[in-house]
Design a protein around this ligand. Structure first.
Ligand SMILES: [Zn+2]
Length: 159
């Protein structure tokens, strides 16, 4: 495992104690996290008081450097550290943030067979966004409830 300072250096980022601590904190999350959560945990768990702007600023830099990935979670921005697996296809639930590895060999073969002009592929990271079984079932229930409410309301109006 590369030292964090080397890691930052390799990715073209200057290392500062604050930035090191932020990256370290980012790597303690297994799944997705919100910038607010990171802000909070920095003080509560890591003893660093970091202002919001610094958190957002660094997450932006980490994203550009490929250290984190940004995703839309329930209408809010979420992040997660980049996959350690260089060849990864993941299905991400935008409802709850759960991640499942996709094991479709056809997709993998297709990417590996793809013709790449003047480009040597060293890895890929594909994320498929959608809703997991739990969340899509919850959404269906919510829709049904809404439809029922709507038809009851309309029914009353007509009778
Ligand atoms: Zn879900």
């Amino acid at each position: 495992m590369m030292a964090l300072t080397d890691y930052l250096h390799v990715h073209g980022l200057r290392s500062t104690p604050e930035r090191n601590a932020l990256l370290k904190a980012v790597y303690t999350y297994d799944g997705y996290f919100k910038p607010e959560t990171l802000s909070f945990d920095m003080l509560e768990k890591h003893g660093f008081r970091v202002c919001r702007a610094t958190v957002y600023n660094n997450l932006g830099l980490f994203e550009e450097a490929g250290l984190v990935q940004r995703v839309w979670l329930n209408g809010e921005t979420g992040y997660r550290r980049s996959w350690t697996n260089r060849y990864s296809i993941h299905m991400i639930c935008t409802g709850c943030g759960s991640v499942v590895e996709c094991s479709d060999d056809k997709v993998r073969a297709q990417i590996e067979d793809m013709r790449k002009k003047r480009f040597v592929m060293t890895g890929y990271s594909l994320s498929i966004q959608g809703l997991c079984g739990k969340c899509s079932a919850a959404l269906k229930r919510k829709r049904k409830k809404m439809e029922k409410l709507y038809s009851e309301k309309n029914g009353k109006g007509k009778n």
